[in-house]
Design a protein around this ligand. Structure first.
Ligand code: FAD
Length: 386
């Protein structure tokens, strides 16, 4: 009997898994790949679009380039998964049956119940989000004067927030635009939970780029024109981008498998199996058990997991034991406009460094990903955008 493996999502997790499944599965097994857009977005470089929308086509890869003849791509928005019937339900009413399912639908921005955020702030999780931020920054800059500059506030100083603030600062410099850039963080340090050495290096680089960094003061409310902080009171803004955290997207709430109550992400073991034997989950959509703490919601973790997920689904079909996955932190690469910080990168003799070597490494890692799912030719075309 022909088995059908269905993969949900065309981010790093879904795209990497499809690529691996193509080589792992025997030709008699069908692969159906479902996602809302017919392209893979190199999401960890989407902040580049905030500065320059022209880079968009270099960081989007048509899914057909990855699917080839081996996988069937279905464009559609996943609405629900009926695990008892083994059926995926799409928003337009179409249904797709599966024997094995890999959920790789990524995450959504967390608002933590802060009033006004959901309605008044931009989020950054898609190409459209990045284009909308670009348009608002450009319009605010156009309307501003050196005596009354536009104020762009980025809330949340994790990977997305730091890199977005860096791009807005670079936009300001490239266009000699009257724009103030603020990066605000509730916790005591930027890039929370990481080594103080990389936190200080990032703060130095942001300040050198003329980004105002403030920490230890949570946002308590936002309106269309003002942000309230717990300690500092009110701040006016022209553009507000909220990147404060990740949570499971809506359809995850409807997949009847165990989830983490706080984040709504699907609980998965080290083999990516969930509480349903036929359902696997990886990437930002999953809380993957790694002992003391789950794997982080990063591109790096998603593409590492995707490789093993492809192997494990093939093994599950063949009734073989599954491999346990262990996340390996290969280091941190963070851009701030035209420069970058590298920290703890495997094989590097210096622990933390910046400037061209860090920038080159960051470009190389993204290019290697693009080459892995398409070709080095395509990766080289993207190089200047990375
Ligand atoms: C601006 C920014 C900068 C970042 N920088 C870094 C970095 O420097 N390093 C790093 O390691 N990580 C970085 N990250 C985090 C990283 O991008 C994510 O951890 C990673 O994208 C997770 O991969 P994923 O495949 O799980 O999810 P995603 O890449 O988000 O993919 C999810 C996929 O599912 C699709 N989808 C979602 N919902 C539905 C639905 N209902 N129906 C159909 N399709 C759906 C989406 O369209 C997408 O194709 C950054 C993130 C952002 C936003």
């Amino acid at each position: 009997m022909t088995e059908t493996v269905v993969v949900l999502g065309a981010g790093y997790a879904g795209t990497g898994a499809v690529q691996r499944l193509k080589s792992e599965l025997d030709p008699g097994t069908d692969v159906v790949w479902i996602s809302e857009h017919d392209y893979h977005l190199v999401l960890h470089e989407v902040h580049r679009v905030v500065r320059d929308p022209d880079v968009a086509d270099r960081i989007t890869i048509p899914t057909e380039r990855v699917a080839g003849d081996r996988a069937e791509f279905v464009q559609g928005r996943v609405e629900d998964v009926a695990v008892d019937d083994r059926t995926v339900v799409l928003a337009d009413g179409r249904t797709v049956d599966y024997d094995y399912l890999l959920v790789a639908l990524g995450s959504r921005t967390a608002f933590y119940g802060i009033p006004g955020l959901r309605d008044d702030a931009h989020t950054l999780k898609s190409l459209d989000d990045a284009l909308a931020i670009h348009e608002d920054v450009a319009a605010a800059a156009e309307a501003a004067t050196p005596g009354d500059p536009a104020r762009v506030v980025v809330g949340g100083a994790g990977l997305s927030g730091i890199q977005t603030a860096g791009e807005v600062a670079r936009y300001r410099d490239d266009h000699d635009a009257p724009v103030e850039v603020h990066l605000v963080e509730a916790l005591e340090e930027i890039f929370p939970g990481n080594d103080p050495e990389v936190q200080s290096a990032l703060r130095r680089e942001l300040e050198a780029a003329d980004v105002h960094v403030s920490t230890d003061d949570p946002v308590t409310e936002a309106t269309g024109t003002e942000i309230q902080f717990e300690a500092a009171g009110a701040m006016d803004y022209d553009v507000f981008v909220w990147t404060g955290g990740v949570t499971g997207g809506e359809p995850l709430g409807r997949v009847e498998v165990d989830r983490d109550d706080r984040s709504n992400r699907i609980q998965a073991g080290e083999t990516f199996r969930t509480s349903d034997d036929r359902v696997f989950a990886i990437g930002d959509a999953a809380m993957i058990d790694q002992g003391d703490s789950p794997a982080p919601p990063t591109a790096q973790a998603a593409w590492q997991a995707a490789e093993v997920a492809g192997i494990n689904i093939a093994r599950a079909i063949e009734g073989k034991p599954l491999q346990s996955w262990e996340y390996e932190d290969k280091g941190t690469l963070v851009s701030i406009g035209e420069t970058a910080i590298a920290h703890d990168v495997v094989g590097m003799p210096v622990k933390t460094f910046n400037s061209y070597p860090a920038k080159f490494l960051k470009k190389f890692v993204a290019a290697r990903w693009i080459a892995g799912i398409t070709s080095w030719r395509r990766a080289m075309r993207a190089w200047s955008a990375l």
